[in-house]
Design a protein around this ligand. Sequence first.
Ligand SMILES: NC(=O)c1ccc[n+]([C@@H]2O[C@H](COP(=O)([O-])OP(=O)(O)OC[C@H]3O[C@@H](n4cnc5c(N)ncnc54)[C@H](OP(=O)(O)O)[C@@H]3O)[C@@H](O)[C@H]2O)c1
Length: 337
Amino acid sequence: MKALVIDGAYGLDNLRVVERPIPKPRRGEVVVRVRATALNYRDVEIVRGTYHTRFPLPLVPLSDGVGEVVAVGEDVTRVRVGDRVCSTFWQRWAAGSFDMAEPSSQLGGPIDGLLSEYARLDEQGVVLAPEHLSDVEAATLPCAAVTAWHALVTEGAIKAGESVLVLGTGGVSLFALQFAAASGALVIVTSSSDEKIERARALGAFAGINYRRQPDWADAVLNLTGGRGVDHVIEVGGPESFAQSLRAVRVRGQINVIGYLGGTEGTINPLDIFRRQVRVRGIPVGSRASFEAMNRAIEVNQLRPVVDRVYPWMEAVSALRHVESGSHFGKVVLQFG
Ligand SMILES: NC(=O)c1ccc[n+]([C@@H]2O[C@H](COP(=O)([O-])OP(=O)(O)OC[C@H]3O[C@@H](n4cnc5c(N)ncnc54)[C@H](OP(=O)(O)O)[C@@H]3O)[C@@H](O)[C@H]2O)c1
Protein backbone atom coordinates (compact mmCIF):
# COMPACT_ATOMS: atom_id res chain seq x y z
CA MET A 1 0.00 0.00 0.00
CA LYS A 2 1.00 3.62 -0.43
CA ALA A 3 1.36 6.13 2.40
CA LEU A 4 2.51 9.74 2.59
CA VAL A 5 5.02 10.26 5.40
CA ILE A 6 6.99 13.14 6.86
CA ASP A 7 10.47 11.74 6.56
CA GLY A 8 13.95 12.95 7.41
CA ALA A 9 12.92 16.49 8.39
CA TYR A 10 9.76 18.47 8.95
CA GLY A 11 8.40 20.74 6.20
CA LEU A 12 5.59 20.71 3.66
CA ASP A 13 8.12 19.66 1.02
CA ASN A 14 9.18 16.62 3.04
CA LEU A 15 6.00 14.59 2.59
CA ARG A 16 7.11 11.52 0.64
CA VAL A 17 5.26 8.61 -0.93
CA VAL A 18 6.37 5.29 0.57
CA GLU A 19 5.37 1.71 -0.10
CA ARG A 20 4.52 -0.25 3.06
CA PRO A 21 2.90 -3.63 3.77
CA ILE A 22 -0.85 -3.49 4.49
CA PRO A 23 -1.03 -3.56 8.31
CA LYS A 24 -2.44 -6.59 10.12
CA PRO A 25 -4.70 -6.01 13.11
CA ARG A 26 -3.35 -7.09 16.49
CA ARG A 27 -5.60 -8.02 19.41
CA GLY A 28 -8.24 -5.29 19.94
CA GLU A 29 -7.40 -3.52 16.67
CA VAL A 30 -9.06 -3.02 13.30
CA VAL A 31 -7.66 -2.23 9.87
CA VAL A 32 -9.56 0.19 7.63
CA ARG A 33 -9.25 0.95 3.95
CA VAL A 34 -9.20 4.73 4.01
CA ARG A 35 -11.76 6.44 1.77
CA ALA A 36 -11.28 10.10 2.75
CA THR A 37 -9.29 12.16 5.22
CA ALA A 38 -9.78 15.77 6.31
CA LEU A 39 -7.26 18.44 7.26
CA ASN A 40 -7.06 20.43 10.45
CA TYR A 41 -4.85 23.40 11.22
CA ARG A 42 -2.95 21.10 13.59
CA ASP A 43 -1.93 18.93 10.62
CA VAL A 44 -0.45 21.95 8.84
CA GLU A 45 1.58 22.75 11.95
CA ILE A 46 2.71 19.15 12.43
CA VAL A 47 3.88 18.73 8.84
CA ARG A 48 5.57 22.16 8.89
CA GLY A 49 7.30 21.34 12.20
CA THR A 50 5.79 24.34 14.02
CA TYR A 51 3.42 22.35 16.28
CA HIS A 52 4.19 22.69 20.00
CA THR A 53 5.35 19.06 20.01
CA ARG A 54 7.74 17.51 17.50
CA PHE A 55 7.01 13.82 17.12
CA PRO A 56 9.60 11.23 16.11
CA LEU A 57 9.88 10.69 12.32
CA PRO A 58 8.92 9.08 10.03
CA LEU A 59 5.28 9.92 10.72
CA VAL A 60 2.08 9.45 8.72
CA PRO A 61 0.14 12.65 9.49
CA LEU A 62 -3.62 13.41 9.76
CA SER A 63 -5.95 12.45 12.58
CA ASP A 64 -9.24 12.56 10.71
CA GLY A 65 -10.79 10.18 8.26
CA VAL A 66 -13.33 7.60 7.31
CA GLY A 67 -12.81 4.10 5.96
CA GLU A 68 -14.19 0.63 5.61
CA VAL A 69 -13.20 -2.00 8.14
CA VAL A 70 -11.39 -4.73 6.17
CA ALA A 71 -9.95 -6.81 9.03
CA VAL A 72 -10.46 -7.15 12.77
CA GLY A 73 -8.10 -8.57 15.39
CA GLU A 74 -8.76 -11.07 18.14
CA ASP A 75 -11.43 -10.03 20.70
CA VAL A 76 -12.79 -7.11 18.64
CA THR A 77 -16.50 -6.71 19.42
CA ARG A 78 -17.37 -3.08 18.67
CA VAL A 79 -17.28 -3.23 14.84
CA ARG A 80 -17.35 -5.74 12.00
CA VAL A 81 -15.72 -6.14 8.60
CA GLY A 82 -17.69 -3.95 6.17
CA ASP A 83 -18.59 -1.24 8.69
CA ARG A 84 -17.90 2.34 7.67
CA VAL A 85 -16.10 4.05 10.56
CA CYS A 86 -14.52 7.37 11.45
CA SER A 87 -11.30 7.53 13.44
CA THR A 88 -11.28 9.23 16.84
CA PHE A 89 -8.60 11.82 17.58
CA TRP A 90 -7.76 10.23 20.96
CA GLN A 91 -7.55 6.54 20.23
CA ARG A 92 -8.15 5.52 23.85
CA TRP A 93 -10.36 8.25 25.36
CA ALA A 94 -13.64 6.35 25.33
CA ALA A 95 -15.61 8.48 27.81
CA GLY A 96 -15.42 10.32 31.09
CA SER A 97 -12.77 12.75 32.22
CA PHE A 98 -9.76 13.88 30.21
CA ASP A 99 -7.56 11.87 32.60
CA MET A 100 -8.54 8.91 30.41
CA ALA A 101 -6.93 10.47 27.29
CA GLU A 102 -3.34 9.22 27.09
CA PRO A 103 -1.14 11.81 25.30
CA SER A 104 0.52 8.96 23.40
CA SER A 105 -2.82 7.97 21.84
CA GLN A 106 -3.29 10.95 19.48
CA LEU A 107 -3.62 10.04 15.81
CA GLY A 108 -1.44 11.76 13.23
CA GLY A 109 1.27 12.33 15.88
CA PRO A 110 2.61 10.52 17.74
CA ILE A 111 0.59 7.57 16.33
CA ASP A 112 0.68 7.18 12.54
CA GLY A 113 -2.41 8.85 11.07
CA LEU A 114 -4.65 8.34 8.07
CA LEU A 115 -2.71 9.68 5.09
CA SER A 116 -2.29 6.15 3.79
CA GLU A 117 -4.37 3.64 1.86
CA TYR A 118 -4.87 1.43 4.94
CA ALA A 119 -4.64 2.32 8.64
CA ARG A 120 -4.56 0.26 11.82
CA LEU A 121 -6.76 1.68 14.57
CA ASP A 122 -7.69 0.72 18.13
CA GLU A 123 -11.20 -0.76 18.22
CA GLN A 124 -11.87 1.78 20.99
CA GLY A 125 -10.83 4.53 18.56
CA VAL A 126 -13.50 4.22 15.88
CA VAL A 127 -17.18 5.23 15.62
CA LEU A 128 -19.76 4.33 12.97
CA ALA A 129 -20.08 7.11 10.40
CA PRO A 130 -23.52 8.79 10.12
CA GLU A 131 -25.32 7.00 7.29
CA HIS A 132 -26.59 10.07 5.46
CA LEU A 133 -23.11 11.55 5.04
CA SER A 134 -20.84 10.91 2.07
CA ASP A 135 -17.28 9.71 2.72
CA VAL A 136 -16.00 13.24 2.13
CA GLU A 137 -18.44 14.67 4.68
CA ALA A 138 -17.92 11.94 7.30
CA ALA A 139 -14.13 12.39 7.13
CA THR A 140 -14.46 15.92 8.55
CA LEU A 141 -15.92 14.92 11.92
CA PRO A 142 -13.20 13.53 14.24
CA CYS A 143 -11.32 16.67 15.32
CA ALA A 144 -13.11 19.90 14.36
CA ALA A 145 -16.70 18.75 14.87
CA VAL A 146 -16.02 16.87 18.12
CA THR A 147 -14.14 19.92 19.46
CA ALA A 148 -17.11 22.19 18.75
CA TRP A 149 -19.55 19.67 20.24
CA HIS A 150 -17.45 19.10 23.36
CA ALA A 151 -17.20 22.87 23.93
CA LEU A 152 -20.85 23.78 23.39
CA VAL A 153 -22.72 20.65 24.43
CA THR A 154 -20.66 18.24 26.57
CA GLU A 155 -19.09 21.01 28.67
CA GLY A 156 -21.19 24.05 27.77
CA ALA A 157 -24.66 22.48 28.17
CA ILE A 158 -25.98 24.95 25.58
CA LYS A 159 -29.67 25.85 25.79
CA ALA A 160 -32.20 27.24 23.32
CA GLY A 161 -32.27 31.01 23.44
CA GLU A 162 -28.61 31.40 24.44
CA SER A 163 -26.08 33.19 22.25
CA VAL A 164 -22.81 31.95 20.78
CA LEU A 165 -19.90 33.90 19.30
CA VAL A 166 -17.75 31.97 16.82
CA LEU A 167 -14.47 33.45 15.60
CA GLY A 168 -13.67 33.02 11.91
CA THR A 169 -15.14 30.52 9.47
CA GLY A 170 -12.72 27.59 9.70
CA GLY A 171 -13.60 23.99 10.48
CA VAL A 172 -14.22 24.23 14.24
CA SER A 173 -16.14 27.50 13.99
CA LEU A 174 -18.58 26.38 11.28
CA PHE A 175 -19.37 23.16 13.14
CA ALA A 176 -19.99 25.28 16.26
CA LEU A 177 -22.30 27.52 14.20
CA GLN A 178 -24.28 24.51 12.96
CA PHE A 179 -24.55 22.86 16.41
CA ALA A 180 -25.53 26.15 18.08
CA ALA A 181 -28.18 26.90 15.45
CA ALA A 182 -29.56 23.34 15.74
CA SER A 183 -29.79 23.90 19.53
CA GLY A 184 -31.92 27.00 19.01
CA ALA A 185 -29.17 29.45 19.97
CA LEU A 186 -28.41 32.80 18.35
CA VAL A 187 -25.06 32.78 16.54
CA ILE A 188 -22.77 35.71 15.85
CA VAL A 189 -19.76 35.10 13.62
CA THR A 190 -16.62 37.17 13.04
CA SER A 191 -14.71 36.90 9.78
CA SER A 192 -12.04 38.58 7.70
CA SER A 193 -14.42 38.54 4.71
CA ASP A 194 -17.90 39.95 3.98
CA GLU A 195 -18.49 37.19 1.47
CA LYS A 196 -17.76 34.51 4.12
CA ILE A 197 -20.12 36.33 6.52
CA GLU A 198 -22.90 36.06 3.96
CA ARG A 199 -22.24 32.34 3.62
CA ALA A 200 -22.27 31.96 7.41
CA ARG A 201 -25.62 33.74 7.54
CA ALA A 202 -26.98 31.31 4.97
CA LEU A 203 -25.95 28.53 7.38
CA GLY A 204 -27.97 30.08 10.19
CA ALA A 205 -25.82 32.83 11.74
CA PHE A 206 -27.87 35.77 12.99
CA ALA A 207 -25.17 38.37 12.31
CA GLY A 208 -21.56 38.75 11.24
CA ILE A 209 -18.78 41.21 12.06
CA ASN A 210 -15.80 41.83 9.80
CA TYR A 211 -12.90 41.84 12.28
CA ARG A 212 -10.56 43.45 9.73
CA ARG A 213 -12.83 46.46 9.32
CA GLN A 214 -13.88 46.47 12.98
CA PRO A 215 -10.81 45.55 15.03
CA ASP A 216 -12.79 46.40 18.21
CA TRP A 217 -15.39 43.77 17.35
CA ALA A 218 -16.34 43.20 21.02
CA ASP A 219 -18.29 46.49 20.89
CA ALA A 220 -20.31 45.20 17.93
CA VAL A 221 -21.05 41.94 19.80
CA LEU A 222 -22.30 43.94 22.80
CA ASN A 223 -24.50 46.06 20.50
CA LEU A 224 -25.98 42.93 18.92
CA THR A 225 -26.81 41.46 22.35
CA GLY A 226 -28.37 44.54 23.91
CA GLY A 227 -25.21 45.22 25.96
CA ARG A 228 -25.43 41.85 27.69
CA GLY A 229 -22.71 39.88 25.87
CA VAL A 230 -22.83 36.30 24.60
CA ASP A 231 -23.27 33.12 26.65
CA HIS A 232 -20.57 31.08 24.85
CA VAL A 233 -17.43 31.96 22.91
CA ILE A 234 -15.64 29.59 20.53
CA GLU A 235 -12.19 31.16 20.97
CA VAL A 236 -9.88 30.02 18.18
CA GLY A 237 -7.93 33.28 17.82
CA GLY A 238 -5.72 32.86 20.89
CA PRO A 239 -4.05 35.49 23.08
CA GLU A 240 -4.56 38.20 20.44
CA SER A 241 -8.35 37.95 20.43
CA PHE A 242 -8.87 36.72 23.99
CA ALA A 243 -9.10 40.20 25.54
CA GLN A 244 -11.92 41.05 23.10
CA SER A 245 -13.65 37.74 23.77
CA LEU A 246 -13.59 38.60 27.47
CA ARG A 247 -15.33 41.89 26.72
CA ALA A 248 -17.85 40.20 24.42
CA VAL A 249 -18.96 37.51 26.88
CA ARG A 250 -21.73 38.05 29.42
CA VAL A 251 -21.25 37.95 33.19
CA ARG A 252 -20.83 34.25 34.11
CA GLY A 253 -20.58 33.37 30.40
CA GLN A 254 -18.27 30.68 29.05
CA ILE A 255 -15.13 30.99 26.93
CA ASN A 256 -13.81 27.86 25.27
CA VAL A 257 -10.09 28.24 24.63
CA ILE A 258 -9.50 26.15 21.53
CA GLY A 259 -6.90 27.62 19.18
CA TYR A 260 -4.36 30.30 18.45
CA LEU A 261 -4.84 31.23 14.80
CA GLY A 262 -3.88 34.85 15.56
CA GLY A 263 -0.56 33.93 17.21
CA THR A 264 0.72 32.77 20.58
CA GLU A 265 1.64 36.09 22.24
CA GLY A 266 -0.67 38.53 24.04
CA THR A 267 -1.56 40.13 27.35
CA ILE A 268 -4.51 39.08 29.48
CA ASN A 269 -5.59 40.64 32.77
CA PRO A 270 -6.98 37.86 34.99
CA LEU A 271 -8.97 40.47 36.92
CA ASP A 272 -11.23 40.77 33.86
CA ILE A 273 -12.13 37.12 34.37
CA PHE A 274 -12.68 37.63 38.09
CA ARG A 275 -14.81 40.78 37.76
CA ARG A 276 -17.14 39.18 35.22
CA GLN A 277 -17.00 35.69 36.80
CA VAL A 278 -16.29 34.30 33.37
CA ARG A 279 -15.85 30.53 33.06
CA VAL A 280 -12.77 29.86 30.93
CA ARG A 281 -11.71 26.34 29.95
CA GLY A 282 -9.36 24.62 27.54
CA ILE A 283 -10.92 22.17 25.11
CA PRO A 284 -8.88 19.07 24.10
CA VAL A 285 -11.03 17.79 21.16
CA GLY A 286 -13.32 15.29 22.98
CA SER A 287 -14.03 11.70 23.92
CA ARG A 288 -15.59 8.94 21.82
CA ALA A 289 -18.76 9.30 23.91
CA SER A 290 -18.98 12.96 22.82
CA PHE A 291 -18.39 11.89 19.21
CA GLU A 292 -21.24 9.33 19.39
CA ALA A 293 -23.63 11.82 21.01
CA MET A 294 -22.73 14.33 18.30
CA ASN A 295 -23.38 11.79 15.54
CA ARG A 296 -26.86 11.17 16.94
CA ALA A 297 -27.57 14.91 16.74
CA ILE A 298 -26.10 15.10 13.23
CA GLU A 299 -28.43 12.28 12.13
CA VAL A 300 -31.56 13.61 13.85
CA ASN A 301 -31.01 17.09 12.42
CA GLN A 302 -29.68 15.76 9.07
CA LEU A 303 -26.74 18.17 9.39
CA ARG A 304 -24.12 18.20 6.65
CA PRO A 305 -20.55 19.40 7.23
CA VAL A 306 -19.43 22.38 5.16
CA VAL A 307 -16.80 21.19 2.69
CA ASP A 308 -14.72 23.89 1.02
CA ARG A 309 -12.68 21.78 -1.37
CA VAL A 310 -11.78 18.17 -2.14
CA TYR A 311 -8.34 17.10 -3.44
CA PRO A 312 -7.04 13.71 -4.57
CA TRP A 313 -5.04 12.42 -1.59
CA MET A 314 -1.75 12.47 -3.51
CA GLU A 315 -2.19 16.26 -3.70
CA ALA A 316 -2.00 16.55 0.09
CA VAL A 317 0.69 19.24 -0.05
CA SER A 318 -1.53 21.55 -2.16
CA ALA A 319 -4.40 20.91 0.25
CA LEU A 320 -2.20 21.71 3.27
CA ARG A 321 -1.09 24.94 1.60
CA HIS A 322 -4.73 25.84 0.97
CA VAL A 323 -5.54 25.42 4.69
CA GLU A 324 -2.38 27.33 5.59
CA SER A 325 -3.59 30.26 3.44
CA GLY A 326 -6.76 30.66 5.56
CA SER A 327 -8.84 31.34 2.45
CA HIS A 328 -11.06 28.30 2.96
CA PHE A 329 -14.61 28.21 4.39
CA GLY A 330 -15.17 25.01 6.38
CA LYS A 331 -13.29 21.81 5.73
CA VAL A 332 -10.67 20.72 3.21
CA VAL A 333 -10.77 17.01 2.38
CA LEU A 334 -8.58 14.43 0.60
CA GLN A 335 -10.31 11.66 -1.30
CA PHE A 336 -8.88 8.20 -2.01
CA GLY A 337 -9.48 5.88 -4.93
N1 LIG B 1 -8.13 22.46 21.30
C1 LIG B 1 -8.58 21.62 20.39
O1 LIG B 1 -9.05 20.54 20.69
C2 LIG B 1 -8.55 22.02 18.95
C3 LIG B 1 -9.23 21.26 18.00
C4 LIG B 1 -9.28 21.71 16.68
C5 LIG B 1 -8.62 22.88 16.34
N2 LIG B 1 -7.91 23.55 17.29
C6 LIG B 1 -7.27 24.82 16.97
O2 LIG B 1 -8.33 25.74 16.71
C7 LIG B 1 -7.95 26.63 15.68
C8 LIG B 1 -8.94 26.51 14.53
O3 LIG B 1 -8.77 25.24 13.93
P1 LIG B 1 -9.47 24.92 12.55
O4 LIG B 1 -8.97 23.57 12.15
O5 LIG B 1 -10.91 25.20 12.64
O6 LIG B 1 -8.75 26.02 11.65
P2 LIG B 1 -9.02 26.47 10.19
O7 LIG B 1 -10.09 25.65 9.56
O8 LIG B 1 -7.70 26.49 9.52
O9 LIG B 1 -9.57 27.96 10.40
C9 LIG B 1 -9.12 28.96 9.58
C10 LIG B 1 -10.04 30.16 9.62
O10 LIG B 1 -9.94 30.82 10.87
C11 LIG B 1 -10.11 32.22 10.67
N3 LIG B 1 -9.01 32.97 11.31
C12 LIG B 1 -7.74 33.07 10.92
N4 LIG B 1 -7.05 33.86 11.75
C13 LIG B 1 -7.93 34.28 12.69
C14 LIG B 1 -7.84 35.15 13.80
N5 LIG B 1 -6.70 35.75 14.13
N6 LIG B 1 -8.95 35.36 14.55
C15 LIG B 1 -10.11 34.76 14.23
N7 LIG B 1 -10.26 33.95 13.17
C16 LIG B 1 -9.18 33.71 12.41
C17 LIG B 1 -10.18 32.46 9.19
O11 LIG B 1 -11.56 32.66 8.88
P3 LIG B 1 -12.07 34.06 8.30
O12 LIG B 1 -11.36 34.27 7.02
O13 LIG B 1 -13.55 33.90 8.20
O14 LIG B 1 -11.68 35.08 9.32
C18 LIG B 1 -9.66 31.16 8.59
O15 LIG B 1 -10.28 30.85 7.37
C19 LIG B 1 -6.50 26.29 15.34
O16 LIG B 1 -5.64 27.10 16.10
C20 LIG B 1 -6.39 24.84 15.76
O17 LIG B 1 -5.05 24.47 16.05
C21 LIG B 1 -7.87 23.14 18.57
